[in-house]
Design a protein around this ligand. Structure first.
Ligand SMILES: [Zn+2]
Length: 206
């Protein structure tokens, strides 16, 4: 059984790391890690992601009930996306969502509902092991009402098995998931590398 405090410490460490790289500035973005089949820790609403502590989390149940680590705190406004991901994929342990500049720029490179990632060596890290791979990342529209985004994600993955553990929300950010907190953290780094490459490649080509 995973120690829940260790999980929260790992989430704090990841948030700090993402904050330092400019992917999680201010209170934007949210991280979660599964405690048990039905429960996970998710960042509480309105917390600065550069200075999170293990008290800045909510113990969420997949049935929608929750318990704050600190009295008065509420779940992140975007918890419905985490709920959707954990209920869709029972074997995952962590779900990370960041609002990076590159993710937002890349999300406007197409008006389609998915975006082609360049055939870089790094896409192997997303589980795509092909020569010159065609790797598409699903791209969802942003909505002020976050449960609408969550429902769209749920509808899509109820029909389509994910090829990669990542999705993009237009003008908003990227969500990834993994079998462990370490894997989710690596995937954030990897997709941010790919997004940065895509932005720089456009500038280079002109
Ligand atoms: Zn968000």
């Amino acid at each position: 059984m995973t120690n829940p405090l260790t999980l929260r410490e790992e989430l704090c460490s990841a948030a700090n790391y993402f904050h330092d790289r400019g992917w999680m500035w201010g209170t934007g973005g949210n991280l979660s890690a599964r405690i048990s089949t039905d429960r996970y820790w998710v960042t509480a609403s309105g917390k600065s992601k550069g200075t999170l502590t293990p008290l800045d989390f909510i113990d969420m149940n997949l049935d929608g009930t929750w318990e704050p680590a600190r009295n008065g705190d509420k779940p992140s406004a975007e918890t419905s996306i985490h709920q959707a991901i954990y209920s869709l994929f029972p074997d995952i342990q962590a779900c990370y969502h960041v609002h990076s500049i590159e993710a937002n720029l890349v999300s406007n490179f197409t008006q389609q509902d998915s975006i082609a990632l360049p055939p870089l060596e790094m896409v192997k890290g997303l589980g795509i092991w092909e020569e010159n791979p065609t790797c598409m990342m699903p791209l969802f529209e942003n909505h002020l009402n976050v449960p609408t985004i969550a429902q769209n994600i749920k509808d899509y993955y109820s029909e389509t098995k994910p090829k990669i553990p990542a999705l993009l929300i237009r003008n908003h950010g990227v969500t990834v998931w993994g079998q462990s907190t370490e894997q989710a953290r690596n995937t954030v780094e990897l997709v941010e590398y790919i997004f940065r490459y895509m932005v720089l490649a456009r500038q280079t080509v002109g």
